[in-house]
Design a protein around this ligand. Structure first.
Ligand code: HPA
Length: 272
C-alpha cells in the first residue's frame, strides 16, 4: 500500500506544482464549496493512478486544487463509499494521498440522518465523536508502521481546538449548529424506525454512511480531523417519513451555504 500511495502522490506532484495545507472532503449535496475555491488545477479521479472511481449520483469525482480563505487546499468533490463495494482501504486511499501531499488538517463533510429529537432538517452538526457501526475498519490487516501505529489512539478523533474554532465562527455568523456524535453504518439501506431508535440509544445524534473510515485513517497518520454533518432527514419517532437519495441531496443543498460559509471562514482564520 505504501508504494501505491507514493506512486499516486508522485504522479500528482509531477502534474501539479502545488502543496496543499488543508484537505476537504465534500459530502452528498455539499459540492457548492468548490465554487469558492480559486481553482489552480483539477484532476478527475479516473486519471489518477490507484484511485477508485466514484459511482454515485451527486458525487462527481475529482480533486480540486486551489486557494480558499488565503490557504492552499485540495478538495475531493465526491468520495468513495463502502456501500459501493470498495474495500475500506480503497475508501480511505485518497486521505492517505492527501496526507502525503502535505495537508496538515482534514475537513470532512456529509449528509446524515438526525436521531436526536432536538434536531431539525437543515441543522449543521459539528461532529464531536463517532461510533463505528460499519462492522469493518480500514486498519484491519497488516499495519505499516511507516503510516502509523498498530493500535492508534482515538481519545480525540475530532480535534477539540478546531471544534471550538468552528463553534465560535458559527456563533459569530448567527449560524445555528449542533454538536454531536455521528454513527457510521454501511448502508445502502436507510434505517428502519427500530434501527434509528437503536442508534440513538447507543449514544449517537446522527447517522450516515461515510466519514468514520476517513477519520480513522487520518488519526492513524496523526492528521488532525474536523467533520460536520448536514442533517438531511430525521430518524426520530413520530417524524420518520419515506426518504430517497434525491431528498437527501436537496436537503443538504439547502443547508450547503451555511456550511460553506463556516468552512471558508474557518480556513481563513485558522493558524496551521
Ligand atoms: N441514514 C443513513 N445515512 C444517511 C441518512 C440516514 O437517515 N441521511 C443521509 N445519510
Amino acid at each position: 500500500m505504501l508504494e501505491k500511495i507514493q506512486e499516486t502522490t508522485k504522479y500528482i506532484q509531477q502534474k501539479i506544482d502545488f502543496e496543499p495545507q488543508i484537505g476537504i472532503v465534500l459530502g452528498t449535496g455539499l459540492g457548492g464549496l468548490t465554487k469558492e475555491i480559486e481553482t489552480i488545477a483539477t484532476l478527475p479521479y479516473k486519471e489518477i493512478p490507484n484511485f477508485p472511481e466514484s459511482t454515485v449520483k451527486g458525487h462527481e469525482g475529482k480533486l480540486i486544487f486551489g486557494r480558499l480563505g488565503g490557504k492552499n487546499v485540495v478538495a475531493m468533490q465526491g468520495r468513495f463509499h463502502y456501500y459501493e463495494g470498495y474495500t475500506m482501504q480503497e475508501v480511505t486511499f485518497p486521505i492517505r494521498v492527501m496526507k502525503f501531499l502535505g495537508i496538515k488538517l482534514l475537513m470532512l463533510s456529509n449528509a446524515a440522518g438526525g436521531v436526536n429529537p432536538n434536531y431539525e432538517i437543515g441543522d449543521l452538526m459539528i461532529i464531536r465523536d463517532h461510533i463505528n457501526l460499519m462492522g469493518n475498519n480500514p486498519l484491519l490487516g497488516k499495519n505499516h508502521t511507516g503510516l502509523g501505529p498498530r493500535f492508534p489512539d482515538m481519545s480525540e478523533a475530532y480535534d477539540k481546538t478546531i471544534i471550538r474554532h468552528a463553534a465560535k465562527i458559527a456563533r459569530h455568523n448567527g449560524i445555528k449548529f449542533q454538536e454531536g456524535v455521528y454513527a457510521a453504518v454501511t448502508g445502502p439501506t436507510f434505517e428502519t424506525p427500530a434501527e434509528y431508535k437503536y442508534i440513538h440509544i447507543l449514544g449517537a445524534d446522527a447517522v450516515g454512511m461515510s466519514t468514520v473510515p476517513e477519520a480513522i485513517v487520518a488519526r492513524h497518520m496523526e492528521l488532525p480531523c474536523f467533520a460536520v454533518s448536514v442533517i438531511s432527514d430525521l430518524g426520530v419517532e413520530g417524524k420518520i417519513v419515506e426518504i430517497s437519495h434525491e431528498e437527501v441531496i436537496d436537503a443538504a443543498s439547502m443547508a450547503e451555504p451555511k456550511m460553506t460559509l463556516m468552512v471558508r471562514e474557518m480556513i481563513e482564520k485558522i493558524k496551521l
